[in-house]
Design a protein around this ligand. Structure first.
Ligand code: 6PG
Length: 271
């Protein structure tokens, strides 16, 4: 499933802070390229704890940088790669995390397109899918026509920020999950037995499906921590038949970038 490594870059950073700075630099470069091509930057965020240093770094830069060298938040459309089926003010909400650590304090507010975790999951997923089609089709129609127009049935995000669990899941695509097999819908409802919240130890989640990840211009993995070393080593190997979800991510006409810290790369904490 995943293509050879020619479209893949791996950045190994000394620690989680350096990885956040590296990821922020890549996001800003991708934002500039998207602005030049389409006048807008479409970005999907993930949850978990790994992105927090990145969110805080982007928030600091937004306050400090005035000459436009940073992110162009005024022309950024923020989406989510996945969401837990909880209200936005719930401690487990991915939107709530990004709001508290980044979005609430931006001097210029981007347009936010969150997944409504407070709604019944099926209708929340359908609503988010309709939003993706309507917003992203409109943005991609602005694309300067270079070469033959490419008919795309899957809307393209400029960048999807992804994390990875120790089981190799990404977004809310868990090993063995039916959502991993979805090839028609853009959004799926799935269950997370990892965190084990909710009825019967399962937390319902809403996630982008693999087709959306493969259609992205850039999938940016941010993976830190020694506990991720075994799965990172496995996932970066050429894909085998029993591929883990993170191993399946390989944008068809886009780039795949891994930003990892030394602890995840080597399995030990750097000095
Ligand atoms: C989520 C994320 C999920 C996350 C991984 C890694 O909703 O939790 O989308 O895919 O990226 O579980 O989480 P940590 O960064 O906390 O290790």
């Amino acid at each position: 499933m995943n293509r050879p490594a020619e479209n893949r870059q791996i950045h190994v950073c000394a620690n989680a802070e350096a990885a956040a700075v590296c990821a922020a630099h890549i996001l800003m470069q991708t934002c500039r390229e998207a602005m030049a091509a389409r006048g807008v930057f479409t970005l999907a965020l993930s949850g978990g704890q790994t992105p927090v240093p990145l969110f805080r770094h982007l928030r600091m830069l937004a306050r400090k940088v005035r000459n436009g060298d940073g992110m162009d938040w005024a022309h950024t459309r923020v989406f989510w790669a996945d969401e837990r089926c909880v209200p936005p003010d719930h401690p487990h909400s991915n939107f709530g995390l990004a709001w508290r650590e980044l979005l609430a304090d931006l001097p210029v507010a981007p347009m936010l397109f969150r997944i409504r975790g407070e709604d019944p999951p099926i209708s929340a997923a359908a609503r988010y899918e309709a939003l993706l089609y309507s917003v992203l089709d409109e943005e991609s129609s602005r694309e300067k026509k270079e070469g033959p127009a490419v008919c795309r049935d899957v809307p393209r995000l400029d960048c999807i920020l992804l994390g990875m669990g120790t089981d190799g899941h990404t977004a809310s695509l868990f090993p063995g999950s039916h959502a991993l097999e979805e090839r028609e819908r853009l959004v799926a409802v799935t269950e997370d037995s990892v965190t084990g919240h909710g009825q019967g130890g399962k937390l319902c989640r809403i996630t982008l499906t693999l087709p959306v990840l493969q259609a992205a211009r850039l999938c940016l993995f941010l993976v830190c921590g020694r506990e991720k070393h075994p799965v990172l080593r496995h996932v970066l190997k050429p894909c085998c038949s029993a591929a883990l979800p993170a191993q399946l991510v390989s944008p068809t006409e886009g780039c795949l970038v891994w930003v990892v810290d030394m602890a995840a790369w080597q399995g030990k904490i750097s000095a």
